[in-house]
Design a protein around this ligand. Structure first.
Ligand code: ATR
Length: 289
């Protein structure tokens, strides 16, 4: 299948690190795009437990590892080992993409930009709108900071209320957005769902294999609410199916995932990848699971 130059001593290496990592779609997506452009690169996956992160990253720094994607649970801890961060990843406090420039490690958060681009391409106009974000973990942080420049107001609703309050406070302190942190009870969701323009699910509720559950009851949705679920496995979560039945506009997590990969790819290689191909390969992979 590969029409790349033969893998040799000069082949550039890219990778994703995480723990666990075996379900990552990044290798298949990036290798398809590298192959498409016949670039002398290969993209691998490494399972790195938290205790080995330092040793691994210092080893990569001294090698021909040109780029690294970072996933759960290392997105925050990795910052400690990087030489430079762009302003957005500094605000977010999490990095998912590293470029190794001759032993100098640069960090960015392409999840944030990928999500924003996906929303714009999905027809959602961010300016002045009110958002309800479910979850207050790494993805919620990336998305809320990415949207905070243009959004009117953000509500964060999380199972652990203190984390939502902490993220809302950080958003208010570091950006100009008005932000409020809340719990994720039915009562709270009921009071917020009708007063916002967009609902963004960043929790894993509804993700494969527990695909029959939704983070919010269908009764609380309405047709004027744009629903963005960042899950891409399955592509149509229970939340998105409910939303479609009601007539809401919806967006799944595929574009965000592909966009974050495409931004990283271009940063590393200087070439624009074939985004359509990247999407197709993931849809094919999901079908094979
Ligand atoms: P990610 O990087 O994907 O955002 P994360 O940082 O582990 O992952 O964050 C996961 C988010 O989903 C958290 O907000 C978590 O809530 P808690 O802060 O209370 O842990 C939320 N989450 C995970 N499982 C959940 C569940 N079963 N019900 C509700 N929220 C859940």
């Amino acid at each position: 299948m590969l029409n790349n130059p033969i893998i040799g001593a000069r082949t550039n290496i890219l990778c994703v690190i995480g723990h666990p990592i075996e379900h990552s779609m990044s290798p298949v997506m990036h290798n398809a795009a590298l192959n498409d452009l016949s670039l002398d690169y290969i993209y691998l996956a490494f399972d790195i437990p938290p205790n080995d992160l330092e040793k691994a990253i210092l080893g990569f720094k001294k090698s021909n590892m040109k780029g690294i994607n970072v996933t759960i649970p290392h997105k925050e801890a990795i910052i400690h080992y990087l030489d430079e961060l762009d302003p957005l990843s500094k605000q977010i406090g999490a990095v998912n993409t590293i470029k190794n420039e001759g032993g100098v490690l640069l960090g960015r958060n392409t999840d944030a930009l990928g999500a924003k681009q996906a929303l714009l391409d999905g027809g959602f106009k961010i300016e002045g709108k009110k958002a309800l974000i479910l979850g207050a973990g790494g993805a919620a942080r990336a998305i809320s900071f990415a949207l905070s420049e243009k959004m009117g107001e953000i509500f964060i609703s999380n199972r652990t209320e203190e984390k939502a309050i902490k993220l809302a406070k950080e958003l208010q302190d570091k950006t100009k957005i008005k932000a409020t942190g809340k719990d994720m009870s039915e009562k709270t969701l009921r009071s917020l769902a009708y007063s916002v323009d967009i609902l963004i699910n960043t929790t894993p509720i509804g993700m494969y294999p527990k695909i029959d559950i939704s983070p919010i009851s269908k009764d609380l949705l309405n047709e004027n609410l744009f629903i963005f679920d960042i899950i891409y496995n399955p592509l149509q979560t229970r939340l998105l199916k409910d939303a479609k039945k009601i007539g809401s506009k919806t967006l799944n997590g595929l574009d965000m995932f592909v966009n974050q990969g495409a931004i990283a790819f271009e940063w590393w290689t200087g070439k624009k990848p074939n985004v359509k191909l990247m999407k197709e390969i993931i849809i094919e992979e999901l079908g094979n699971k």
